[in-house]
Ligand binder design. Structure first.
Ligand SMILES: [Fe+2]
Ligand SMILES: [Fe+2]
Length: 247
């Protein structure tokens, strides 16, 4: 068994150092049992994830989207879904750990680097302290790249039909940001194609005006990669001393 405070948390903070501008509380959010044997990994805390956590008898849950935002302790009142989530972790003595921005920007197994690799973008330029990624590909068209993405990913929404130059072959700048990256459409150097998890409604108008092919993948679906990467890193470090589950 692994000690939460003496072993696991020091390892966790060493592989995912805290980032000062992260709005989420990094690392331990709710204390459960003092020793770890079975860890669950998920993008968000949901009812389904909590049910699976019980069926797998995990003692620790690590998520990308935890329960503490704005880095403050909750001001309350605590009611509804949040109350149920707190009850779940405290009553079942399950620890909750969050890894937000450090998991988005990790250069080897973060959300963005792995999403890029999934669609063959392995030589990116990184912007916005690791949140925004961009790469040029040669001799392609928006339509071809769109079809490539739909083979590799589950594309939820897109504006390909708005693109009058969709079939034109030329160099393409591809930009991407997992999660909610819509605001980067305004600050990013021009992109022919931009992929993200979800966008506000105005982003579709903006993308159309600047002739950017915009693809959304779903917020949580776009952020599964980092949590899988962290699980694999955990397996490399702890080997058979701990059991790991993707919930
Ligand atoms: Fe994220
Ligand atoms: Fe997110």
């Amino acid at each position: 068994m692994i000690s939460l405070y003496d072993d696991f948390l020091p390892w966790f903070y060493s592989v995912l150092p805290e980032i000062s501008h992260d709005c989420a509380l990094h690392g331990l959010q709710i204390e459960g049992r003092p020793y770890l044997k079975r860890i669950g990994f998920a993008v968000s805390v949901t009812q389904e994830v909590c049910e699976r956590a019980l069926s797998y008898e995990i003692d620790t849950l690590i998520v990308h989207h935890g329960l503490f935002w704005n880095k403050q302790m909750l001001r309350g009142p605590i009611f509804g879904a949040l109350k149920k989530h707190f009850e779940f972790f405290i009553c079942n003595q399950i620890s909750l750990l969050g890894a937000h921005l450090p998991l988005d920007i990790h250069p080897l197994w973060g959300n963005n680097v792995l999403l890029g690799q999934k669609i063959g973008l392995t030589d990116p330029i990184v912007y916005e302290k690791g949140l925004l990624w961009r790469q040029k590909i040669s001799h392609s068209s928006k339509k071809d790249f769109f079809e490539h993405c739909t083979r590799m990913l589950s594309v939820k929404n897109h504006n390909l039909l708005d693109m009058q130059d969709a079939k034109e072959i030329h160099d393409l700048w591809i930009g991407w940001c997992t999660g909610a990256g819509g605001s980067f459409l305004e600050s990013l150097p021009y992109c022919d194609v931009f992929l993200t998890g979800e966008v506000p409604e105005r982003s579709w108008e903006l993308a159309k005006m600047q002739n950017t092919l915009l693809m959304t993948l779903g917020h949580d679906d776009s952020e599964i990669y980092g949590i899988v990467g962290l699980k694999e890193e955990c397996a490399r470090h702890y080997g058979k001393n701990i059991e790991l589950f993707l919930l």
